[in-house]
Design a protein around this ligand. Structure first.
Ligand SMILES: Cc1cc2nc3c(=O)[nH]c(=O)nc-3n(C[C@H](O)[C@H](O)[C@H](O)COP(=O)(O)OP(=O)(O)OC[C@H]3O[C@@H](n4cnc5c(N)ncnc54)[C@H](O)[C@@H]3O)c2cc1C
Length: 330
């Protein structure tokens, strides 16, 4: 019997997200190791047009599941409907985005269909008739190789790790539409509020000084602002933890759930270098990192690695700059 590999498309109110095409690429890679059919499943209120678009752009067969009233993502509805549907499809692999949305329903779905669950995968490879996934752990310090002992396997894919798949010959796959009503029992969605689009000038900044939790306390941001002032066209940004703690405004967050930046110089201060952060700054022209931990993952993507306490290192840089400037004017 042929196996089935399913991807769960991610969209916001019918607008397909880029990760959906990366999921298609992952599924097609899995298909090379485990021959079978690849199917995309998409859920929402009014799915015909989006399902057709998905089949045209990927060339995959698509199941559009119309759920009356499902205007925006709802974890309970996703888990209930997908458990039922996947029970029918009997897939070997279910590929889901490792995003806020995917992380919300993937583990529960895996429980619902008695599947193994491997999260945050970055690569897939095949050895001795076995499929392995790699995923980073300990904030990027260790790469773990994982395999599942059973099928089905729910896999969540880290964004930015697979080149998005688009159909080359624009031959659309088959589209099947079904209506599956489901009313949430325990929670209701309040809808989606768009994020503020203002990125605090990060896109234009030539130099970004970025704060991580390693700055220790909000007051230490002053050091980073003073460091940034040494450069024209500079800005201060931060990791998600720093923004979540309200040390910096949300618009200044760099990473997969924040801004993607590519300044000429990125100075990472007290940032561990988690994949979700690096995904947003890895294309910077030159990266300098200051971290007390010589094994910090940020050093893997840095051009200059400074193993120092930033609260002593930055004041020394500022003092050295001041001294040089004064000497110039004497
Ligand atoms: C779905 C999802 C989405 C996410 N999206 C994002 C995102 O968009 N952006 C993002 O940044 N993160 C994101 N994260 C969180 C991410 O996984 C990490 O938790 C986060 O990036 C870690 O932030 P940090 O490096 O500031 O803190 P930590 O991981 O706590 O690192 C602090 C670092 O500071 C160093 N340090 C401590 N004291 C000093 C000192 N005195 N001087 C110098 N160095 C010091 C430590 O050695 C450590 O390396 C996301 C996570 C998930 C699950």
């Amino acid at each position: 019997m042929q196996s089935t590999i399913v991807i769960i498309a991610e969209h916001i109110e019918g607008k397909l997200k880029a990760i959906t095409f990366e999921l298609a690429a992952l599924a097609l890679t899995l298909q090379q190791h485990k021959p079978g059919v690849v199917k995309a499943v998409i859920l929402g209120n009014d799915m015909e047009e989006t399902a057709l678009k998905l089949s045209r752009t990927t060339g995959l067969d698509v199941m559009g599941i119309e759920v009356p009233g499902l205007v925006s993502y709802h974890g309970e509805v996703y888990k209930a409907i997908l458990s039922k549907l996947l029970g029918e499809l009997q897939p070997a692999y279910v590929c889901i985005a490792h995003t806020n949305q995917g992380l919300d329903f993937a583990p529960g779905l895996a429980v619902g269909i008695d599947a193994a669950c491997i999260t945050g995968v970055e690569q897939v490879f095949h050895e001795n008739k076995c499929i392995y996934f790699s995923r980073v752990t300990y904030n990027g310090k260790i790469i773990a190789t994982v395999t599942a002992e059973i099928e089905p396997v729910v896999v969540t894919l880290q964004p930015g790790r697979f080149k998005p798949h688009f159909s080359k010959n624009s031959t659309a796959g088959l589209v099947e539409l079904r209506t599956l009503p489901y009313l949430p029992q325990t929670s209701r969605s309040l809808g989606i509020r768009p994020a503020q689009t203002d990125d605090a000038g990060l896109a234009e900044a030539r130099v970004i000084v970025s704060a991580g939790r390693g700055i220790g306390k909000k007051e230490n941001l002053n050091l980073l602002y003073r460091l940034a002032e040494l450069f024209p066209k500079s800005s201060v940004a931060g990791s998600r933890l720093v923004c979540d703690m309200d040390w910096l405004e949300k618009q200044r967050q760099v990473g997969i759930t924040g801004n993607t930046v590519a300044p000429e110089l990125y100075i990472a201060c007290g940032i561990s270098g988690a994949v979700q952060h690096v995904a947003g700054m890895g294309d910077a022209g030159f990266i300098v990192a200051v971290n007390t931990d010589p094994n910090a993952a940020i050093f893997n993507v840095s051009d200059i690695c400074i193993v120092e306490d930033l609260t002593t290192f930055i004041p020394e840089v500022l003092a050295a700059y001041k001294e040089k400037k004064e000497a110039k004017h004497e």
